[in-house]
Design a protein around this ligand. Structure first.
Ligand SMILES: Nc1ncnc2c1ncn2[C@@H]1O[C@H](COP(=O)(O)OP(=O)(O)O)[C@@H](O)[C@H]1O
Ligand SMILES: O=P(O)(O)OC[C@H]1O[C@](O)(COP(=O)(O)O)[C@@H](O)[C@@H]1O
Ligand SMILES: [Mg+2]
Length: 416
C-alpha cells in the first residue's frame, strides 16, 4: 500500500455540530420535534461516530481475502461508481485478488447464478452507465441461506450497497456470522435516492436525482405557461420521504405547490389543493404542482407490500390529475419521470462521493469492522453502526427550515 495518512480507531467525528440547537434540529441529542419526525418524543443521537479511513493495522491478509459485492433494492445513480471504487481499492490499495459480484441482489448468494468475477479491468468503465453492473433486486433476504453461501464460498468480506432494507439484511448477516463464529466483515454503503437514511448529510445519487427532476419540472412549467389555464403536474420518487420533491421544488423556483408524504393535505373543500390550483389559474393563468409518489396515499393505496416488504403505492399523480379535470376548467399536462431520475449516470459530485464511500468501505472491512456502514457526517466520512442508522426512515421535518423555505418559494398554504 502507498504511504498514506492513517486514521486511528479513536478518531471521532462530532455528530451534533450545532451547540444549543433548537428542538427541531435533527441532530439534537434529545429531539422534541413533531410527531412525524420523532414519534417517541425523544430521539437519542450519539455524540460521536468513528472516523473512516485507512488503519495502520489491518485485520486481514489480502492474499486470503475473498470479497463479495452485492447491490439490492431500487437503482440509484452512482451504484457503479461505488462498485468500481470498491474493486479498485481492494485490488490496487490492498492487493486483493479474489472479488466476486453477486447477481441481482441478496438472492444471488443462493440462486445458482454464477458470481461475476470483478477486477480493475472489468470495472474500468462501468461508471459511465447507470444502474448496477451486477444487477439489483428486492427479495432474497434469507439470512441463513446467505450465510451458508458465504461460508461455502470462503467469503470473508461482504460489501452491501443498498438502502434501509438492505442494511437491515446486512446487519442480520453480520450478526448471524458472529453467532456462528464465521469471521466476516459486512460493510454497507447506503444507496437511496430517497435520501431516507438517518444521521447522514446526504446519500449518493440524491443530487443527481434532484438535477434530473429539473428537466421534468421545467417541461411542466413550460407546458402550463403555454396552455390556456394550464396545469403542469410532476410526480417524483419518494416512498415515505419527500426529499427529492422538496429539493427539486426549491431548486426550480416555479412550483406553486409541493406535496410530500410527511404532510397530510385535503384535495377537496375550500382549503383543498384543487381549490388552490383553481385560485392560481384565476390569478396567474397557470399552475405547477410537484408530488412525491408517497404523498396522499390515503386516497389511492390499495395496500400490500413489494418483495422487499415496502408498502406498494397507488398512483397519486394520476388520481390528482383526475380530480383537477373533474372539478375545474383546466388543461392538465402530467409528467411522470419516476425511473428517469434514478436510471441515469451520477453527476460529478455524486461520482466523487461514491468513490470516497467505496474506498472507505474497504478500509472499514480491512480494519476488521463488521455491521457498519459508511457515510458522510458533518462533511467527514464516518463508520456508523447500522442499527442506529435504520431505526426508521429519515423524513422531511415539517417544522424544519428547509420545508419552510420550500413553502416560502411556492407560496402554498396548509391544505386542511
Ligand atoms: N430485516 C431484514 N433481514 C434480512 N433481509 C432484509 C431485511 N429487510 C429487508 N431485507 C432485504 O433487503 C432487500 C432490499 O430492501 P428494500 O427495502 O427493498 O430496498 P432498500 O434496501 O434499497 O431500501 C429486501 O428485498 C429484502 O430481501
Ligand atoms: O419500482 P421499484 O424498483 O420497486 O422502486 C420504486 C421505489 O424505489 C425507490 O426509488 C426507493 O428505492 P429503495 O428503497 O430501494 O432505495 C422509491 O422512491 C420508489 O418507491
Ligand atoms: Mg428503502
Amino acid at each position: 500500500m502507498r504511504k498514506t495518512n492513517f486514521v486511528s480507531n479513536s478518531d471521532r467525528i462530532l455528530l451534533n455540530s450545532v451547540a444549543y440547537g433548537s428542538a427541531a434540529d435533527p441532530t439534537q441529542t434529545c429531539s422534541l420535534s413533531s410527531d412525524v419526525y420523532d414519534p417517541s418524543g425523544c430521539d437519542y443521537v450519539p455524540e460521536w461516530v468513528v472516523r473512516a479511513g485507512p488503519r495502520a493495522e489491518v485485520y486481514f491478509d489480502p492474499e486470503e481475502v475473498h470479497a463479495a459485492v452485492v447491490t439490492c433494492g431500487g437503482l440509484c445513480p452512482g451504484i457503479n461508481d461505488v462498485i468500481r471504487s470498491l474493486v479498485n481499492t481492494l485490488e490496487v490499495g490492498y492487493g486483493v485478488k479474489k472479488i466476486s459480484g453477486v447477481r441481482y441482489g441478496f438472492k444471488g448468494f443462493f440462486s445458482g447464478d454464477e458470481f461475476m468475477p470483478l477486477n480493475r479491468k472489468v470495472v474500468r468503465n462501468i461508471h459511465n452507465i447507470g444502474g448496477s453492473a451486477l444487477g439489483s433486486g428486492r427479495g432474497g433476504g434469507d439470512v441463513e441461506k446467505i450465510v451458508e453461501s458465504i461460508v461455502n464460498n470462503g467469503i470473508n468480506m461482504v460489501f452491501v450497497i443498498g438502502g434501509n432494507g438492505t442494511h437491515a439484511g446486512a446487519n442480520a448477516i453480520s450478526n448471524e456470522c458472529a453467532k456462528r463464529g464465521v469471521k466476516v466483515s459486512v460493510v454497507g454503503v447506503p444507496k437511496t435516492i430517497d435520501n431516507d437514511i438517518l444521521l447522514l448529510d446526504k446519500t449518493f445519487g440524491f443530487d443527481t436525482a434532484v438535477e434530473e427532476a429539473q428537466k421534468a419540472i421545467q417541461a411542466a412549467a413550460i407546458e402550463a405557461q403555454s396552455a390556456y389555464r394550464g396545469v403542469g403536474v410532476v410526480k417524483l420518487m419518494g416512498r415515505q420521504s419527500g426529499f427529492i420533491a422538496m429539493f427539486a421544488t426549491l431548486a426550480n423556483g416555479q412550483v406553486d405547490c409541493c406535496l410530500i408524504p410527511e404532510i397530510s393535505w385535503a384535495a377537496h373543500g375550500p382549503n383543498g389543493v384543487v381549490e388552490y390550483v383553481r385560485n392560481m389559474l384565476d390569478a396567474q393563468g397557470h399552475a405547477v404542482v410537484v408530488l412525491a409518489e408517497g404523498a396522499g396515499q390515503e386516497f389511492v393505496s390499495a395496500g400490500g407490500t413489494d418483495a422487499g416488504g415496502n408498502p406498494k403505492l397507488g398512483d397519486i399523480g394520476q388520481w390528482f390529475c383526475k380530480q383537477l379535470k373533474a372539478e375545474i376548467k383546466c388543461d392538465v399536462k402530467y409528467i411522470d419521470p419516476t425511473y428517469m431520475v434514478r436510471g441515469c449516470v451520477a453527476n460529478a459530485h455524486d461520482s466523487i462521493m461514491c468513490t470516497v464511500l467505496g474506498q472507505n468501505a474497504v478500509h472499514g472491512a480491512f480494519a476488521g469492522f463488521t455491521g457498519i456502514s459508511v457515510g458522510s457526517v458533518s462533511a467527514h466520512t464516518a463508520f456508523l453502526p447500522i442499527p442506529r442508522m435504520i431505526e426508521r426512515e429519515r423524513l422531511v421535518d415539517p417544522d424544519g427550515r428547509m420545508w419552510h423555505r420550500t413553502l416560502a418559494s411556492t407560496g402554498q398554504p396548509d391544505f386542511f
